[in-house]
Design a protein around this ligand. Structure first.
Ligand code: ZN
Length: 150
């Protein structure tokens, strides 16, 4: 079960993994990835040598060391692997969840299930990725796929 109820705030979620650690001088796949997110596109990489999927983007495949990695569009579907609730005063937006999601393609990423009350997010919940763009920066969030009222 997953019931709606959390006030939506796209600023929280996986931004520590997407933007805050980057300096303006960084280019390459991370800059490419940020540009994709800013256009609302969620892309991961696939190694052309060992065919494993990669996320967060890297210059080299972490599985086999090949530099022949290409961006591909994932299904966006995944399963919650772990979840924790971050407590916050109601005046500051209320509690929210931080979830580790295993994409169907393999990679695991830290994000947030944004269409659920924090206590409704549980291990094994099936979720679908979407990109929320705020002030020109995109973050990947997830929506629960089962039992959610629109
Ligand atoms: Zn590889």
């Amino acid at each position: 079960m997953c019931s709606a109820g959390t006030r939506f705030d796209p600023r929280i979620g996986n931004n520590t993994m997407t933007t805050s650690s980057l300096s303006p001088a960084e280019t390459g796949v991370l800059a490419q990835h940020q540009a994709q997110l800013a256009q609302g596109q969620f892309q991961i990489q696939k190694c052309q040598s060992c065919h494993q999927h990669i996320y967060f983007p890297r210059e080299l495949c972490p599985h086999c060391g090949s530099d022949d990695v290409a961006f591909v569009t994932p299904s966006g579907q995944g399963t919650v692997y772990a979840v924790t609730t971050v407590r916050r005063k109601a005046a500051e937006g209320g509690d929210y969840n931080v979830s580790l999601v295993d994409l169907d393609e393999g990679p695991r990423l830290m994000s947030r299930v944004s269409n659920c009350a924090p206590e409704a997010v549980h291990i094994g919940l099936r979720v679908q990725a979407h990109v929320v763009v705020t002030d020109g920066q995109g973050v990947v969030l997830f929506n629960a796929l089962d039992g959610v009222a629109p």
